[in-house]
Ligand binder design. Sequence first.
Ligand SMILES: C[S@@+](CC[C@H](N)C(=O)[O-])C[C@H]1O[C@@H](n2cnc3c(N)ncnc32)[C@H](O)[C@@H]1O
Ligand code: SF4
Length: 365
Amino acid sequence: MSKLRNRLNRAKEMLKKRGLGFLFNWIFSPLRKKMVIWLYKNNATADLANALCSVKQLQLEITSRCNFRCIMCDQAYRCIKGKDLNLSDFETILDKLPGITTLCPQGLGEPLLNPDFMAMLELAKKRAIYTYVNTNFGLFTENIAKELARLADSVTISFSAGTKETYELIHKGSSFEKTIKNIKMFMRAKKELGHKDPEVELKFVIMSKNINELGDFIKIADELGIRRVFIDDLIPLKEIKHLKVDNEESVKAIEKVKKIAEEKNVKINFDLRRQSLSVNKCTWPIDNVFIDVEGNVYPCCNIGVFFAEGDSREKFSFGNILKQDANEIWKGKQYHQLRKMMMRNKTPAVCKMANCLYVHSSEEK
Ligand SMILES: C[S@@+](CC[C@H](N)C(=O)[O-])C[C@H]1O[C@@H](n2cnc3c(N)ncnc32)[C@H](O)[C@@H]1O
Ligand code: SF4
């Protein structure tokens, strides 16, 4: 087993050096996932089943501070201690997870608030790690625009409205005009660089307060020169359950604006899959991890970001990567128990607590 793993790692390094690392993941990731599910279903030993799980995607909270208090976000309801991750801890975390191919530098906070943010993106770039940035675009300068356009591979801009009134109501603390000005600044910087990257997407979290503004939202994307929008489900924290719209209603609203999107050449992506999947289809415990600003490791971002109980999320963590060896956590007892339950389609209590959309669908069956 270890000989095979070494050979595979060498092949992967070779492809990585030639800029073809994606080929390896493209071929082996789906295969690996299928094998892990099969092993757990067939009572494999912890060592064998865990050996195939390795962190590929890292979601890392580089700050827990935020300039907004959006009405759908935990930031508005929990007492989170505001803190930035420093560059040296960031590097330590990357060193401890050498297999990662994708980094999403966000959690419960606004990544642009971390003064080392661009240095972190630079470090990831040097290691050929794909960076996916999710930001509110509230804080911007010409320099940030240029650096973000140069360093990020993908940028998602949170913008859950189609009018100034709703935008400022949902993204509390924001200014519609300022965000629009900042997005324009960024799109100009990207154009000046002349490359296709970063990919840019405008993101809309659908809820009762904005569902009627999808058409205007698409028009805004078009006016900004953004050709892709992402419409996401609302994670119903207990304080905002009343804002959740049901799936059918969301689908109808999207159908209604498809023509506008086609006319404007804006592609709509909508994550409907999560609502029809069951818990054993979740691949977070196989190759994804969420780490908070203190270094606490969680089996998924819903558990670390959208935790529903009290103000302390640390009690749901499986260990601390700044204090422990990564494998001690990732191949440890808690992870093994969680994987075992999930791959056998049983919902762990922690997933229920986090209001995960996989859980809702599997419980309905
Ligand atoms: C927590 S924010 C952190 C990054 C950054 N501050 C931002 O707003 O883009 C990440 C994403 O979560 C989304 N979000 C916040 N609360 C949500 C909820 N209850 N359900 C679904 N998505 C949510 C935001 O719209 C944003 O796109
Ligand atoms: S969604 Fe993003 S911008 Fe809004 S409060 Fe949460 S972390 Fe801040």
